[in-house]
Design a protein around this ligand. Sequence first.
Ligand code: ADP
Length: 158
Amino acid sequence: MKNRIAIFPGSFDPFTVGHESIVIRARGLFDKIIIAIGSNSSKQSLFTMEDRLGWIRDIFRNDEKISIISFQGLTVDCCRNNSAGYILRGLRTSSDFEFERAIAQMNRTMHPEIETVFLLALPEFSHVASAIVRDIIVHGGDPSIFLPSAVKIKSVKG
Ligand code: ADP
């Protein structure tokens, strides 16, 4: 049987307790989870790639099942380059679902060998969003309750 390797793609700008919860819950479903930070030229990030890679590396430092990479381009190509047969995504709301459904179905049409697996957000994390965390940070608030303790915000870009 082939290894069950999943890519968990996202911007993780920054990585939140919601993202962490998806990885921890999916851990038992796969042999390996590769957290893959996409660098998307049309989406300006608040945090550098180095910060985002470093935080996630710290969180899962002692877990040999979890690794972390950055990638450019299509998630399906990232899967093929890493021999991953699964894309892992989290769903918080019906708008997440509508957005994810189109991408997953188009990906499946092009690459039927790659399956997308969704986990529903836990109710206690379904309101947690990186975009709102960024707003809190930019306006000088304290977002720490929404962040794993390894995510230490020192400064922001620009
Ligand atoms: P993207 O820019 O690809 O949406 P994100 O970093 O915002 O990347 O999210 C990565 C994945 O994590 C997505 O599948 C998203 O739905 C999921 N996610 C984000 N926040 C949460 C949360 N609070 N609970 C569960 N899943 C989440």
